[in-house]
Design a protein around this ligand. Structure first.
Ligand SMILES: *[C@@H]1O[C@H](CO)[C@@H](O)[C@H](O)[C@H]1NC(C)=O
Ligand SMILES: *[C@@H]1O[C@H](CO)[C@@H](O)[C@H](O)[C@H]1NC(C)=O
Ligand SMILES: *[C@@H]1O[C@H](CO)[C@@H](O)[C@H](O)[C@H]1NC(C)=O
Ligand SMILES: *[C@@H]1O[C@H](CO)[C@@H](O)[C@H](O)[C@H]1NC(C)=O
Ligand SMILES: CC(=O)N[C@H]1CO[C@H](CO)[C@@H](O)[C@@H]1O
Length: 669
């Protein structure tokens, strides 16, 4: 049976059973997809695409002794009195790093076919932070080549160069459509880009990314990466040994000179490096080789790339070590754990200070929960969302200006969001994963003023399960973010922080307002994949999202005791509370209306300079063939099968598609 016929009968089936069944997608889907389950064995045999792995870990046991559930938190109202405050950062601090080979799935097929869920997702952040930063690159940028046309007419294509070396990194070929796609995205939403030139073969330097990137993207191109994780080149046989920091600096110079003599590259002061992973060299070795002083006038930003752990052993074997994810889950769930942002950034504080001293942004250019795709059950859990909120705030506190969460393809666990697999994309919507919420929460915590300064509060006598941060904007306390890493459905591990502002020993007047507003990031457990809300709204479950937060927004109002100078803020276990100390601080990051793009894809045949959003919102991006299919299966309600399509029917659809899914093309980092 062809897959279209298969879908056809599924659709008929789902329209008839929709009303009768009520199941949630997560577990049933997993059970159905776990095709090779062995009787009696633990459910670890899921063999489908990793992005949909239903493996759910157990929340770690409660710490013993338990942290206090009541504590006082004394804050200064003015930034001037706060030691250790960060430099001013922007709400666009957390962005994405998208592997080049997956942009046709994640961003759009080409310049006239842009993924609407993607636009909606980033618009959700832009409405809060003012803009959004995306890096397109990763390992696949190193061998990318611009071609006039690809064989099959697509925007990008992978080609294996040497048939005798099947494991060699395939050359990625792309057409001009890539630049137009990014350009057209920026004309729809305020996205700024980082690109990277290939650095693999410097006998013949390829600078088309810089040439066309600058020409097509203009100001929307922030900078150009030169060299990706050069400290691993020797290990990955990308360079003959020995390859050291000095060699990298010399090669960087070679590329710079090629740019400076290229009339099509007018801007050569926007380069990005050294992007070391710290798996090989510490960044200090590169600074010692003169990187910053030598390229001071040509650098846009100083970058590092880092993951707190890796799942490479499970993916490739050999390298690295196996991980017991259940046992290690807890390492993500403390403010000072082995995998925490604080721990990760310790080794880069000197880099951030060097960047600050040289007036450059400091960017964590590629990061996520674990390299080689992340960990099943952990990277796609609410625990990862808490980890990423803490990490994002810690990046700010550590004087990093940006951090980019990596997006792989269908075969990774850590994507903030995943488009449906090729072939079923007309029927499924996107899967938004927990760390996407973190991007939204951090955007709201930092706001859109570019003046936010952050301090890590270490509240509750520095308990690592209950971290907190204060945010000062234009010198004044505006928001406080409080976290609870524990999972305790009984409610006994919820805590209440009694926040005082000024007064007492601060030598300044009592300053709590009459009331504060609070938004919660909530889930019943750190292990949950989809039952997550931010201020009462959710992106929904697997294959359920069009990129918009859905549901009624819930903002709590908490009365403060001004005489006693106390605002009591409850924080659930697990959860995050974002406390707004003024209505202005709330309004700054709370969109009143949402600019959205309501179809599954935008098809634009007119490439005019301005885009009519109303037209986009009402246009139907599906092709005629897809529409005909829908019409013929939904018994008189054309399109209804898709638009009202909800989780309950998914089990059935997936069950019948399982064989087709197995053959789907997959991409991974
Ligand atoms: C863009 O992709 C769409 C959908 O696959 C296709 O119909 C269209 O021809 C493509 N446009 C270009 C310019 O390649
Ligand atoms: C961040 O920069 C500020 C201003 O220079 C400095 O006071 C602070 O100590 C730095 N923070 C860290 C964690 O290094
Ligand atoms: C924040 O900084 C960005 C980038 O420099 C700028 O485009 C934007 O206008 C700034 N926002 C405000 C409110 O100043
Ligand atoms: C989310 O969790 C809550 C509490 O456990 C439960 O009442 C609710 O039904 C769950 N929602 C979904 C969509 O699973
Ligand atoms: C701003 C921008 O990059 N616009 C591009 C949109 O895509 C078309 C091709 O489809 C290009 O011609 C435009 O330059």
């Amino acid at each position: 049976m062809g897959s279209w016929a298969l879908l056809l009968c599924c659709l008929w089936y789902l329209t008839t059973v929709r009303a009768a069944v009520t199941v949630y997608s997560q577990k049933p889907l997993g059970q159905t997809l776990a095709s090779t389950e062995t009787a009696g064995a633990p459910a670890a045999e899921y063999t489908g695409l990793k992005a949909y792995d239903p493996l759910t870990l157990n929340p770690p046991p409660l710490p013993d002794p338990r942290p206090a559930t009541q504590f006082a938190l004394q804050l200064q109202s003015a930034a001037g009195n706060v030691p250790g405050l960060s430099i001013p950062v922007s709400g666009a601090l957390l962005g994405l790093s998208v592997e080049t080979s997956v942009i046709n799935h994640f961003l759009g097929v080409n310049s006239s076919f842009i993924q609407v869920p993607f636009l909606n997702l980033i618009s959700t952040v832009i409405e809060r932070a003012g803009r959004f930063h995306i890096r397109v690159g990763g390992n696949t940028q190193e061998t990318a080549r611009l071609v006039e046309n690809t064989v099959d007419g697509r925007m990008i294509e992978k080609q294996n160069i040497d048939p005798n070396k099947p494991t060699a990194t395939p050359v990625l070929v792309y057409t001009m459509e890539l630049f137009y796609l990014l350009g057209n995205i920026s004309s729809l939403a305020n996205v700024k880009w980082y690109l990277g030139v290939p650095f693999k073969d410097l006998e013949e330097i390829h600078l088309e990314i810089a040439e066309h990137g600058q020409r097509v993207l203009g100001d929307n191109l922030l900078g150009i990466q030169v060299g990706n994780e050069p400290d691993l080149y020797e290990r990955h046989s990308a360079r003959p040994a020995p390859y050291g920091p000095e060699d990298y600096c010399n090669e960087f110079d070679k590329v710079l000179q090629a740019m400076q003599t290229n009339p099509n590259i007018p801007i050569t002061n926007n380069l990005i490096g050294p992007s070391v992973s710290s798996g090989g060299w510490s960044p200090e070795l590169v600074y010692d080789a003169g990187f910053v002083s030598r390229f001071q006038d040509n650098l846009y930003a100083i970058t590092v790339e880092n993951y707190p752990s890796d799942n490479c052993f499970a993916i490739y074997g050999g390298n690295g070590r196996p991980h017991d994810v259940q046992a290690e889950f807890v390492n993500y769930l403390t403010h000072d754990g082995q995998y925490s942002g604080r721990h990760m950034l310790d080794k880069f504080l000197n880099s951030a200070a060097i960047a600050q001293a040289s007036g450059k942004p400091m960017i964590m250019f590629e990061t996520n929960t674990a390299s080689c795709g992340g960990f099943p059950g952990a990277s796609n859990s609410f625990g990862a969302a808490l980890w990423a909120v803490d990490y994002g705030m810690q990046l700010a506190f550590s004087n990093f200006t940006h951090g980019l969460l990596h997006v792989g393809g269908q075969d990774t666990y850590y994507n903030p969001a995943t488009p449906p697999p090729t072939g079923v994309s007309t029927f499924y919507q996107w899967t938004v994963n927990p760390i996407m919420y973190s991007i939204v929460v951090v955007a709201e915590a930092l706001g859109n003023s570019n003046t936010s300064q952050v301090v890590d509060l270490w509240p509750n006598s520095g308990d690592v399960h209950t971290p907190g941060y204060a945010v000062y904007e234009s010198g004044n306390l505006v928001r406080v973010l409080l976290m609870n890493y524990m999972t305790d459905p009984s409610g006994a591990s919820d805590y209440t922080a009694s926040i005082s502002v000024g007064g007492g020993e601060t030598g300044t007047p009592n300053a709590v307002p009459a009331e504060v507003k609070v938004k919660y990031l909530w889930s019943p457990s750190v292990s949950d994949h989809f039952n997550i809300t931010w201020a009462g709204q959710t992106f929904g479950g697997q294959f359920e999202s069009d990129g918009r937060l859905k549901g009624e927004e819930r903002i709590e109002t908490i009365a403060c005791d001004q005489a006693a100078n106390i605002c009591p803020i409850k924080v659930p276990a697990p959860g995050v509370a974002l406390v707004f100390f003024s209505d202005a601080a709330l309004q700054e990051v709370t969109p009143t209306s949402t600019l959205t793009y309501a179809t599954t894809a935008v098809t634009r045949t007119l490439n005019t300079a301005t885009v009519d959003v109303d037209v986009l919102a009402t246009s139907n991006g599906q092709s005629g063939r897809d529409r005909a299919l829908m019409g013929s299966t939904s018994k008189g309600s054309t399109g209804a099968a898709f638009s009202s399509y909800v989780a309950p029917s998914l089990t059935v659809l997936i069950a019948m598609l399982a064989p087709a899914l197995a053959f789907m093309k997959v991409f991974s980092r």
